[in-house]
Design a protein around this ligand. Structure first.
Ligand code: MLT
Length: 202
């Protein structure tokens, strides 16, 4: 059996890149299925549930406080998720997925890119922040990454998101970072921007 509780929806458009959907704190494997369907109709969707519980709320890694991460746990959980992705690819016969992550899910997606290059074909990071203060030198090969930040986000400081964009660029990703007139929650603009970007992906 695969190591994460998850949902999988097979593709009806086989040429579409599969999406790995990563929910925010307190979410689960059902949360982002509608977002995935809206962003890329017909794409295969792989949606795991985070294995850390914070007062009952599922997450993808432990934190010491809001915005203060247990980095050893980030490393461990990114490894677990990388293992799940490769097992799921074998099980379902799918290509390397592009992650669509929100908040905590965006942060673990960023950690996956930095720690396990090759697992993800790219990423849409919604309200992401720097997951590791001093990541190893990753060797990405131009994987496309879209970071959408909220100008009024009370959880993610603007300079933190900009630092993440710089880190991913430094690691070799092709990064587009946009700041939307939004808070930490998603807005209609996120959907429109992400869908447009996915459609014309570099
Ligand atoms: C995190 O813990 O990853 C960030 O604080 C975002 C969140 O999940 O609230």
């Amino acid at each position: 059996a695969l190591s994460f509780q998850h949902r999988y929806e097979p593709a009806t458009t086989p040429e579409a890149v599969p999406l790995l959907l990563l929910h925010g704190t307190g979410g689960d494997e059902d949360d982002l299925l509608p977002l995935g369907r809206a962003l890329s109709p017909g794409a295969a969707l792989l949606s795991p549930r985070g294995q850390v519980l914070e007062g009952g709320a599922p997450r993808f890694f432990r934190r010491l406080a809001e915005g203060v991460f247990d980095e050893a746990d980030v490393v461990r959980r990114a490894g677990d998720l990388a293992g799940f992705v490769s097992a799921a690819r074998a099980e379902y016969g799918i290509a390397a997925p592009l992650a669509v992550g929100f908040s905590n899910g965006a942060n673990i997606a960023a950690a996956l890119m930095l720690l396990h290059p090759g697992v993800l074909a790219g990423a849409v990071l919604l309200r992401a922040m720097v997951p590791l203060s001093d990541p190893p030198e990753a060797r990405l090969t131009g994987e496309p990454v879209l970071i959408l930040s909220g100008r009024m986000d009370p959880i993610v400081p603007g300079d933190n998101a900009a630092r993440l964009a710089g880190m991913l660029k430094q690691a070799g990703a092709t990064v587009t970072h946009e700041v939307l007139p939004a808070g930490h929650g998603l807005s209609q603009a996120d959907l429109v921007r992400a869908k447009t970007w996915l459609t014309g992906r570099p």
